[in-house]
Design a protein around this ligand. Structure first.
Ligand SMILES: Nc1ncnc2c1ncn2[C@@H]1O[C@H](COP(=O)(O)OP(=O)(O)O)[C@@H](O)[C@H]1O
Ligand SMILES: [Mg+2]
Length: 580
């Protein structure tokens, strides 16, 4: 990472996350001053200790000085304890705030953005990057304060004892710092890689748990294990790489310390024999130098920690800065439903810039309260058309109007409030049946929910469950059959009572017996409502007021069943294939 960018990110981290904890940080700074003073005084105390106790043999001080040393160390320990507690709390709070921001951003993100990004990356951001920022804020900030102050105190002491020797000691330190500095950049890169690999491992784990039945029936355990091993190995490699960079500072520092001590002893010898340095000063100086070792080492790695933290923060910011195209504009007027007429004017849409259009020049004129059906082979673009209405995606060309209001110019919440969607992939939460249905209307009464379930022909099976409506249905409803899940999702849509209803192969996982029951439920649901339906069985859309035949993203014909069966070849083939 470039220095300019590093500073920019750290400044942002400070402004957005750290600044509000400034009081706590100041408190920690104050405690750091105590650490610095107590550390320096332990080194200083060796001077009177050697002089008075060893050389002058002063009995009074023989007790006082050791006592003072105990005091100094206790003060140091206590202030370190409190400073660490404060700063680690701040670090974890900041990490939690970032995690909440990411989660909040995912919730309002465009469907398209979520489609395009591997879910493992989000896992990596939340689990890994936020922890990186936490450890940088905690360890980094505290070390910076405590170690630089301690170093300052010890340096003052060294100058106090003997300035020539002090200058000698100081000369060698910047060399060490420069050597360690170069490791910072590599560190940032390595932790970034580790973060995304960690995310990939997490998603993979999720997949092999979810896909357990498929893995078993195709007997792919060995391959998946190989896969798992590869992914985990790659994570291990990255982590080892990080560890290697991290420990690389140690030999450099150790070697330098050796050189320092050797030079120091040699030079001290010269000073002592020329009478410029006394033996008690020497010991005090030596202690100061030894104590300076840890802060120098820690400060030398601050740059690395900063790079690591900034790289993680950068990845987090790149997620939460991603602009949201389709969002609720509070100052936009609410959608006002009158007749619920829906118009598509020359609508074209492609999922990816480079790809071919999924739907092209769609013109629809749907009368409120009627049922409109879409038929066509799979991949024709039926779902795409339906997904444009609640603005899961916005078309690149053309416009969509509901009662003459362009849907991009109305408040998004008011638009979605008026639309129910039942699709072939039913999404259920690991919660009770009642909670899953009430998802459509949080303040629904028990009676409303039970009525909705009756209409959806779901009440019978629900009542047979061990805990009835309070039964927990498992992750994505794993404890229910496909048809049962679909009936729950229809009940949910019935409960919402919206004027517009979208049915995307809503009965595809039902057998014909339950489909007949559910078809009644759907008739209940859609009565006098504006319904756009994609049916996988054409027999269910006989009664539709109008049927659009979609092929390769365009409307090739439209009309009633009778009209189409007479003149539309595509429709005829679709119909014949089903009768077979
Ligand atoms: N999320 C998506 N990202 C990219 N392409 C998609 C996405 N969903 C569907 N498509 C593509 O758009 C075309 C129309 O798909 P879709 O509307 O789902 O067809 P249908 O519902 O008629 O089976 C297909 O070619 C499909 O591959
Ligand atoms: Mg579809």
């Amino acid at each position: 990472m470039e220095k300019g960018e590093l500073i920019k990110i750290l400044r942002r981290l400070y402004e957005e996350n750290i600044k509000k904890y400034l009081k706590v940080i100041f408190l920690a700074l104050f405690l750091s001053v105590i650490v610095a003073i107590s550390t320096s005084s332990t080194a200083w105390l060796l001077d009177p200790a050697v002089k008075k106790i060893f050389l002058d043999k002063d009995n009074n001080l023989a007790i006082l000085i050791p006592l003072a040393i105990v005091l100094a160390f206790t003060a140091k320990g206590l202030s370190l304890y409190f400073a660490r507690t404060l700063i680690f709390t701040v670090g974890n709070k900041i990490s939690g705030e970032l995690q909440k921001k990411i989660a909040g951003h995912i919730l309002v993100s465009d469907v398209q953005t979520l489609d395009n990004r591997h879910s493992g990356k989000y896992v990596g951001n939340i689990m890994y990057d936020c922890t990186q920022v936490q450890s940088f804020v905690s360890a980094g900030v505290l070390n910076l304060m405590k170690d630089s102050l301690t170093l300052l105190g010890l340096t003052c002491l060294m100058f106090y004892q003997n300035w020539k020797l002090a200058i000698f000691a100081l000369l060698i330190m910047p060399v060490a710092a420069a050597l360690v500095k170069s490791l910072g950049k590599r560190m940032g890169k390595a932790t970034g890689e580790a973060g995304s690999v960690a995310g990939i491992v997490a998603t993979f784990l999720n997949e092999i748990i979810k896909g357990s039945r498929m893995i078993k029936i195709y007997q792919r355990e060995k391959d998946e294990l190989k896969n798992a091993n590869e992914k985990i190995d790659s994570l291990v490699d990255k982590n080892i790489k990080i560890a290697k960079i991290l420990v690389r500072t140690t030999p450099i520092m150790e070697a330098l310390t050796g050189v320092m001590i050797a030079g120091f002893i040699y030079y001290s010898g010269i000073l002592i024999s020329s009478g410029e340095l006394e033996i008690n000063q020497f010991f005090s100086f030596l202690a100061a130098m030894m104590l300076a070792y840890q802060p120098v080492r820690s400060l030398a790695t601050i740059n690395m920690a900063a790079h690591q933290g900034a790289a993680a923060a950068k990845r987090i910011y790149s997620v939460i800065d991603k602009p949201i195209q389709i969002k609720n504009e509070n100052n936009f007027p609410d959608l006002k439903i009158k007749n619920c007429n829906i118009i598509f004017k020359n609508v074209s849409f492609n999922y990816q810039k480079t790809e071919e259009k999924a739907v092209k020049n769609i013109n629809l004129n749907i009368k409120g309260g009627e049922m409109t059906a879409f038929v066509g082979h799979s991949g024709a673009g039926k779902s795409t058309i339906i997904n444009l209405l609640p603005r899961f995606y916005d078309p690149q060309n053309g416009e969509i109007l509901i009662d003459n209001q362009n849907i991009v110019n109305v408040n998004l919440n008011s638009l979605r409030k008026n639309i129910s969607l039942v699709s072939q992939d039913v999404i259920l939460f690991d919660d009770t049946i009642i909670a899953n249905i009430a998802y459509a209307k949080l303040d629904a009464t028990k009676e409303e929910i039970e009525n909705a379930c009756k209409f959806a022909a779901a009440n019978e099976f629900i009542e047979k469950l061990p805990n009835g409506y309070e039964t927990i249905i498992g992750e994505n409803g794993i404890r229910l059959s496909g048809g049962q899940k679909q009936r729950l999702s229809i009940a949910r849509a019935i409960l919402k009572q919206s004027p517009i209803i979208l049915l995307d192969e809503a009965t595809s996982s039902l057998d014909s017996e339950s489909e007949r029951i559910v078809q009644n439920a759907i008739n209940n649901l859609t009565k006098n409502r504006t319904t756009l339906v994609i049916a996988h069985r054409l027999s269910t859309i006989h009664d539709a007021n109008k049927i659009f035949v979609i092929k390769d993203g365009t409307i090739i014909d439209s009309g009633s069943h009778e009209h189409l069966i007479g003149g539309c070849n595509e429709y005829k083939t679709l119909y014949k294939n089903q009768l077979k």
